[in-house]
Design a protein around this ligand. Structure first.
Ligand code: FAD
Length: 418
């Protein structure tokens, strides 16, 4: 059995590795000219880490990222709303990682090169179309000069991201990505260590959020960590196509991001404006998603990762869910040699779960806990219990974890986000 994977991002490479381990022949086609280490920080939740650990990637993840110890939600005035241990420190049998997206991508790429081989990983190959005929699928690809190529396999997996060409073939009338009106600015820079150097903070509320977490430790600079920051703020109303095209590589303007943190945060351990100013180049991304669709799998073609379930980047689920998709697909393809049947079973398992996450992220995901507190106590509080009870806060944060499949018992019981 040979499968064609369109897209060499996190989802495509994780899928290639999982299928290769299952004894399936794969070939990857990526539109970029090289698989560079792009992006900034990302969190890998324990359910996804469990799948990468099963692929033998834990040592490489440890070298590239940081095992997150604690997550603290706080108000814009630095008052703690909720704090909880994460990963091994919370009793999971695998860690949670905070990691540079490019480094994570690099870990997967290096493993794919050594296990699957460079001859199976093609760059500068953009899928323009595909044809399914009698159980065989032919991908039609183009390079940057417009030259055309064809590749044929027994099935095709569209892991081609938020602007998926594969998805557009099945849903030609789907509208543009819809924007929440919230802009996300994100960057990473060397910054003095905070607490134990393994703590993640999400602060603020409805008006603006500030996210801060370390993603890499360089032993040569023990007092510093490569630190990821993000500012999320509403700049427009409603759900509509974004004013600027959503692209993870759009360089942002300092004054736009700073406008939302200047004078409005008093966190004590960091001045958001200072870390933004220290960063140099950083990026903007309008929080976009699409409505969940009724089907991902059509015959011997299916969708995976952001192509299948584009979601707002809240709750640390984008990359994690793509990795869970990869593991699920490999499992179903191992259970049956009927590709159409395996793709259908994968679709039926993963689509409803990820649709719930898409919808929950629209309501704020676990970060809703600071939204609630800010709405009720915008000028701070003496006792958090008077603003929102422990049970209410726990229901928001832990309820999201259960829904997204990464509650401790779910992960320790066997993973796979169920
Ligand atoms: C450059 C970049 C930077 C990112 N930075 C961040 C970040 O900082 N924080 C964060 O939370 N998320 C980031 N993301 C998104 C995050 O990687 C995804 O949400 C998540 O990993 C799901 O992975 P995916 O493989 O489905 O999509 P992606 O990681 O987006 O990968 C899709 C891949 O498909 C390729 N592709 C697209 N169309 C075609 C085509 N027609 N033919 C062939 N190849 C095609 C793309 O070039 C890309 O490599 C970034 C994505 C990219 C591409």
């Amino acid at each position: 059995m040979k499968l064609l994977i369109i897209g060499g991002g996190i989802g495509g490479l994780a899928t290639a590795l999982a299928l290769h381990k299952a004894g399936i022949d794969v070939e990857i086609f990526e539109q970029s000219q090289e698989l560079g280490e792009l992006g900034v920080g990302i969190n890998l939740l324990p359910h996804a880490v469990k799948e990468l650990a099963a692929l033998g990637l834990l040592p490489a993840l440890d070298e590239a990222g940081i095992r997150t110890r604690e997550l603290i939600y706080m108000s814009r005035l630095g008052q703690v709303v909720w704090r909880e241990l994460r990963g091994l420190d919370a009793g999971y049998d695998v860690p949670q990682f905070s990691i540079h997206r490019g480094k994570l991508h690099g870990v997967l790429h290096v493993a794919a090169l050594s296990r699957i081989g460079p001859s199976r990983i093609h760059t500068d190959r953009r899928l323009v179309d595909f044809i399914e005929n009698k159980g065989r699928v032919t991908a039609i690809l183009e390079n940057r000069t417009g030259a055309r190529f064809e590749a044929t396999g027994d099935g095709l997996i569209g892991a081609d991201g938020i602007h998926s060409r594969v998805r557009s073939v099945f849903y030609p009338d789907e509208s543009a990505l819809l924007w929440s009106g919230i802009m996300l600015w994100r960057g990473a820079t060397e910054w003095p260590v905070h607490e134990d150097g393994r703590t993640m903070v999400i602060a603020g509320g409805n008006a603006a959020k500030f996210v801060f977490y370390p993603i890499h430790f360089d032993p040569a600079r023990p007092g510093h960590r490569l630190t990821n920051w993000a500012v999320m703020a509403r700049v427009a109303d409603g759900r509509k196509p974004p004013a600027r095209r959503e692209d993870w590589n759009t360089v942002a303007r300092l004054e736009e991001a700073c406008a939302f943190v200047h004078d409005s945060f008093n966190l004590g351990f960091v001045e958001p404006q200072k870390i933004i100013e220290a960063t140099g180049t950083f990026y903007e991304y309008p929080n976009c998603d699409r409505d969940p669709v009724a089907r991902w799998s059509f015959g011997h073609v299916t969708l995976l990762g952001d192509a299948a379930h584009p979601m707002y980047p809240v709750g640390s689920n984008g990359a994690s869910q793509a990795i869970l998709d990869a593991a699920s697909l490999a499992r179903h393809l191992t259970a049956t040699s009927d590709i159409g049947q395996a793709f259908k079973a994968y679709d039926e398992e993963r689509r409803p779960l990820t649709a719930d996450i898409v919808k929950s992220n629209r309501r704020g995901g676990p970060e809703g806990v600071i939204d609630v507190v800010e709405a009720r106590a915008p000028d701070g509080f003496d006792d958090i219990e008077d603003v929102a009870s422990h049970a209410e806060r726990e229901a928001i944060v832990r309820g999201y974890a259960s829904m997204a499949g990464y509650a401790r018992d779910q992960v320790n019981r066997g993973g796979q986000g169920r």
